[in-house]
Design a protein around this ligand. Structure first.
Ligand SMILES: NC(=O)c1ccc[n+]([C@@H]2O[C@H](COP(=O)([O-])OP(=O)(O)OC[C@H]3O[C@@H](n4cnc5c(N)ncnc54)[C@H](OP(=O)(O)O)[C@@H]3O)[C@@H](O)[C@H]2O)c1
Length: 330
């Protein structure tokens, strides 16, 4: 790949600044105009990168996104994006990455460009899905922001401070690193082959945090709480917990009966949840197992931690079988 566009210094911590002329920066294109593409395209453009082309499954999506970006054209086909950009982000659902990559032609002469790159933004899908582009001389890579995109404009500000996991080599790696910094994000690398485990684990800090809240909301609903009221009460507590974890680390941020060594409370809560049936006690038990592990990492674990662990394991041995058959409280 020609390094002309991509050997750029890491720069641009302030989105408002445009420290380089646009002509020295790679032209960026997007195939897919969904939640992630909307944020990245707008943010890169605000950081003075030329976002020149967008296409999507429906023309409406592409036109809507292109209309928000100066000098950006909404094209009818993904191939036109490849022809009009240097780095093309394939921002489509994961199941469509491989089939989309197969349809693209990287003819550098026809495109009038010295080099091309095709990049996807999935944390779970292998970069190898883009191999057809590499076989035609393009560079391929992964650019996975560790952020839950809502599709709203606020994403462009909220993404600052997040990390972006980059998988690429040589000049493209440098270019993607510069793009991550332009978003005011931290570039991150993972070992080869680690992508699926990395992504599966990251759910715990995003979607599964929501699932924990949903479990609380479901249980509180049996006490008469509406979801909105429950969330109004819970979200400040969650925000405070995150702040404490940031300040003190996970073991010292742990609160609740496991952290205090309140064996009786843990036993009674497990028994109550077992009596509800379904998978409530199993979920509580598995998370309590992790709480025990965190408490054990403290400089002074509670004296009752072994008794709590035994109560948790007892309950789990009963509830895990039941969980397989049980439904949650709706
Ligand atoms: N959302 C997140 O929080 C997040 C976070 C990190 C990474 N990612 C990754 O980012 C990628 C995109 O996810 P997303 O959440 O932005 O998805 P999304 O909101 O569902 O948007 C997908 C976009 O792709 C378009 N599309 C679907 N099939 C297509 C095809 N065959 N050809 C061209 N365009 C097609 C859709 O078109 P229409 O608009 O016309 O329907 C839509 O604009 C995925 O790989 C995902 O894993 C997402």
């Amino acid at each position: 790949m020609d390094a002309r566009y991509f050997n750029l210094p890491v720069q641009m911590f302030r989105l408002e600044q445009a420290p380089m002329s646009q002509s020295s920066l790679p032209r960026l294109g997007f195939i897919g105009a969904g939640r992630l593409a909307r944020c990245l395209a707008l943010s890169f453009s605000r950081a003075a990168y030329p976002v020149t082309a967008v296409a999507s499954r429906s023309a409406n999506s592409a036109v809507r996104l292109a209309s928000q970006i100066e000098h950006c054209t909404a094209f009818d086909t993904p191939q036109q994006v490849v022809d009009a950009a240097d780095i093309v982000f394939l921002a489509v659902p994961d199941d469509s990455i491989g089939s989309s990559a197969h349809t693209l032609r990287f003819d550098a002469a026809a495109a009038g460009a010295p080099g091309k790159a095709l990049v996807h933004c999935s944390g779970a899908s292998p970069v190898e899905l883009l191999a057809p582009a590499r076989a035609q001389g393009a560079s391929i890579g992964g650019f996975h922001p560790l952020y839950l995109f809502s599709g709203e404009l606020a994403d462009s500000e909220r993404i600052a401070g997040c990390s972006v996991t980059i998988e690429a080599e040589g000049a493209l790696k440098e270019a993607l690193t510069a793009l991550a910094v332009a978003l005011r994000c931290h570039p991150l690398t993972i070992p080869p082959g680690g992508r699926m485990l990395y992504h599966a684990a990251a759910h715990y800090a995003a979607s599964f945090a929501l699932c924990s809240l949903a479990e609380c909301v479901a249980l509180w609903r049996t006490l008469g709480f509406a979801e909105d009221d429950a969330l109004r009460a819970l979200l400040p507590m969650l925000a405070g917990t995150i702040e404490t974890a940031r300040d003190k680390g996970l073991p010292n941020a742990l609160a609740g009966p496991v952290s205090r060594g309140d064996t009786g409370v843990v036993q009674k809560q497990l028994a109550l949840l077992e009596s509800l049936g379904g998978d409530h006690a199993a979920l509580y038990g598995l998370l309590s197992r992790r709480a025990v592990e965190l408490a054990e990492r403290r400089a002074n674990p509670p004296a009752a931690i072994d008794a709590i662990s035994a109560a948790v394991e007892d309950s789990l041995s009963r509830s895990l079988n039941q969980a397989a058959a049980g439904a949650s409280v709706k």
